[in-house]
Write a protein that binds this ligand. Sequence first.
Ligand code: SF4
Length: 369
Amino acid sequence: MNTLVDLEPVTPAPKDRVVGPPPEPDVLLEVRGLKTHFHVMDGTVPAVDGVDFQLKRGETLGLVGESGCGKSVTSLSIMRLIDIPPGEIVAGEIWFDGREILSMPMSEMRRIRGADMSMIFQEPMTSLNPVFPVGNQIAEAVKAHRNVSSKAATARAVEMLAAVGIASPTKMAKRYPHELSGGMRQRVMIAMALSCDPMLVIADEPTTALDVTIQAQILELIKSMQERTGAALLLITHDLAVVAETVQHMAVMYAGRIVESGTVDDVLLRPQHPYTLGLLNSIPALHKRGRQLDVIKGVVPNPFHMPPGCKFQPRCPYAWDRCKNEEPQLVAIAGREGLSRCFLQDPGAGARRVEFDRAAVGTVSGEAV
Ligand code: SF4
């Protein structure tokens, strides 16, 4: 069957890894210095190049960024579903429920994946097996991780289909994926992901393949199921509106790194990084009626030729000489919870900082547009 349970894990456990101390017990997932590279004919692509974040038990985190910024590779690295070759996790630690999972044997990782951590993929049609009824596929996932009879697994499948709002669940469990609408297929994926009561659910662009009218229903379902089960949620999306509605914390990625993180309110209402501000400026809004839409100038950097210094400097309207010569680190944002990878956080940024703050306030209030 072509489900997460049956995906053959291909990321071997690196040998003789030296890892740091475990995180605090209330931290369910901690990613430290994760670097996942792909070795291809033209060279090495540093798809994820030093990612750090934490997700506490029962909390929700959105990982946001443009296509190719490394957010999906980050989630696949956490699940250890990176193909080797061409991929390689070259550095970092991933702590899940007090254990460092990059050091685990694959047999142990296979036990955790689908049971303690599960994933909702973007396109349910390619994740569900077309030749098995959906109820069977959920029941198989349950049987793979729980010591239950076929009858109990089938009953759990029907129970989960009902929980995700599918009417006549007993009847629908016998349907094949092609007999269901896109929204119903995604509900089935959510039912499957939650069928073993995971501690962590990773949802990778769960609404991108759906009609706009169905997107809101699926987001609401993910949110309510997360609240009901108490699972932590890592939501991967390019859509700022989706994170605003669904999660408590967010991290913005650019060129394989996190450039800003914090609570959703802080990041969206008081952005501290020029890239976050650029993303917010690019959103159409009523107060911009009649004006040309703002865009972030330039293109994402070629991964084979990353710019020196700050990776955003060729596109950043606030860049100065230092940005071309030195790479900024993630630093604490003064006066609030959150981090920013930008020299504007330095007290010496002076007039540039004032200019940035004025633009950021204007964006949020609509005064500057
Ligand atoms: Fe812009 Fe410099 Fe900040 Fe990079 S470090 S985002 S180039 S101001």
